[in-house]
Structures are given as structure tokens and as C-alpha cells.
Ligand binder design. Structure first.
Ligand SMILES: C[S@@+](CC[C@H](N)C(=O)[O-])C[C@H]1O[C@@H](n2cnc3c(N)ncnc32)[C@H](O)[C@@H]1O
Ligand SMILES: Nc1nc2[nH]cc(C(=O)O)c2c(=O)[nH]1
Ligand code: SF4
Ligand SMILES: [Mg+2]
Length: 216
């Protein structure tokens, strides 16, 4: 168990990505990642160089340093709109980052389950996952090892020339999504992803709904 959980932000929004896009969720964004420092000056040499997220520090809305699984679970519970008797039955929490699997452990998952939450994770797949996760979304990165080869959703950011979809198509996932890489060439990436999905129907196109809606 980490001695302390370092969390950038905790906020209530809609899941904007992947197979469960559109579902109301509390997001718990853990600080820190193993593939990038989060500093712009390091981006060009990082193993993951296209990240769209600020995950440095613990200074975001609802973020902080949490001394126990119970304390962090209570902070997550406070964001859920319908609470009864200290529970959020039917609640949904998405653990992301940064890289959540550097910090998420069985104790936190248990503390969230005890409050009625279903627990989803967004990971780069470079770390083993603790037991108990209800929805595991893996998003492989071209320059990093993939150690998680089974899960609910494989969400590949496209295009990554050194990580073509064919490399992942045989893995044990229920859903396969291509998510166009955001940045100055988003429109071109979206057209390319659309064309790939039309010629390879195992894959479906995933657009980042929260960006279209202008929500966090
Ligand atoms: C910020 S990451 C955090 C979770 C984890 N580190 C990971 O990479 O899966 C959340 C999701 O955003 C995706 N993502 C990051 N940068 C992106 C970009 N420029 N365009 C589209 N998706 C991006 C990641 O691949 C991942 O699926
Ligand atoms: N609304 C919303 N949906 C998301 N799905 C995955 C996200 C992430 O940053 O992991 C994300 C995010 O940052 N916002
Ligand atoms: S692995 Fe995830 S959090 Fe880390 S830099 Fe890449 S997209 Fe961002
Ligand atoms: Mg995001």
C-alpha cells in the first residue's frame, strides 16, 4: 500500500472516451507517470510524447495527498451526486492519471467497493493491475512494454507508426477502439482512424466526447 496517495484532481464529469463514453463518473487523476515527467521541456525525449494531460502535482480541484485508502475513497464519494448512508450505490469512478497503476492498490479498490462504486481504470498497460478492477481500459504506447494483455477495452491512440493496430488485434479484450491522436493534426488523424475502422471492422472509432462538449 502506498504510504500516501498523490492525486492531481478529483472531479465529477462524463466518461468522454472509449466504450463507456457518455456515462457519468467521478474521475480520480493520480499524479505522476512512468512515461513522461509532465514537463514540456522533457516532452520530445519522453517515451510517451503526445500526452494531452496535466498530471503534475496535487494542486488541482479536489486533489491532494491522502494518507489512507479510506480518506481518498471519502473524497471520491463526496463528488458523487446521490449519496445515501455513506454510499454511492450505482456510482462509477474512473481512476486515471498520470499512470494510476503506480498508486492504485487493492485497499483503495476495496474502499471504493465498500461505498458502492464500480471501479474503472485507464492505464498505459506497463504495470500489473491489482485485483478487483471492474473495467480495465488499456492504451498501449509505442515505446513502452505492454504487460497487461487482457482486459475489457483496448483503446489505441492512432496513429502511432511503431504501434500499429495489428500488433494488438489478437489480444484478449472485449472491445477494440481507435482514438485519434489529439494535437495540431487531429483532423488528419481522425480521417485516418475512420478509414482504418472501415477496412478493419474489429475496431471502432472513439472520439473524445468531453473535448467536443467542452467539459473536463
Ligand atoms: C492521460 S492518459 C492517463 C492514463 C494512462 N497513463 C494512459 O496513458 O492510458 C488517459 C487517456 O488519454 C489518452 N491520450 C493521451 N494523450 C492523448 C492525445 N493527445 N490524443 C488522444 N488521446 C490521448 C491516453 O492514451 C489514455 O487512453
Ligand atoms: N471527461 C473525461 N473523460 C476521460 N476519459 C479518460 C480521460 C483521461 O484523462 O484519462 C478523461 C478525461 O480527462 N475527461
Ligand atoms: S502514459 Fe498516459 S499519462 Fe503518461 S504521458 Fe502517456 S498518455 Fe500521458
Ligand atoms: Mg483526459
Amino acid at each position: 500500500m502506498p504510504s500516501v496517495y498523490q492525486v492531481k484532481e478529483v472531479f465529477y464529469t462524463l466518461q468522454g472516451e472509449g466504450a463507456r463514453s457518455g456515462r457519468a463518473a467521478v474521475f480520480c487523476r493520480f499524479a505522476g507517470c512512468n512515461l513522461w515527467s509532465g514537463l514540456e521541456r522533457d516532452r520530445a525525449t519522453a517515451r510517451c510524447d503526445f500526452c494531452d494531460t496535466d498530471f503534475r502535482g496535487t494542486d488541482g480541484p479536489g486533489g491532494g495527498r491522502f494518507e489512507s485508502a479510506e480518506a481518498l475513497a471519502e473524497q471520491i464519494l463526496r463528488q458523487w451526486p446521490r449519496r445515501e448512508k455513506g454510499r454511492a450505490d450505482g456510482g462509477y469512478v474512473v481512476c486515471t492519471g498520470g499512470e494510476p497503476l503506480l498508486q492504485l492498490d487493492a485497499a483503495l479498490i476495496e474502499a471504493l467497493h465498500a461505498r458502492g462504486f464500480e471501479v474503472a481504470v485507464e492505464t498505459n498497460g506497463t504495470q500489473p493491475a491489482p485485483p478487483g478492477i471492474d473495467w480495465l481500459c488499456v492504451s498501449p504506447k509505442a515505446n513502452a512494454p505492454l504487460v497487461i494483455e487482457t482486459g475489457d477495452e483496448l483503446k489505441l491512440i492512432f496513429p502511432q507508426p511503431a504501434a500499429p493496430p495489428e500488433r494488438f488485434a489478437q489480444l484478449d479484450f472485449a472491445e477494440f477502439l481507435l482514438q485519434p491522436m489529439d494535437g495540431p493534426r487531429l483532423a488528419e488523424h481522425t480521417r485516418q482512424a475512420l478509414a482504418y475502422c472501415q477496412t478493419h471492422p474489429q475496431w471502432r472509432l472513439g472520439l473524445q466526447l468531453h473535448k467536443l462538449l467542452g467539459i473536463p
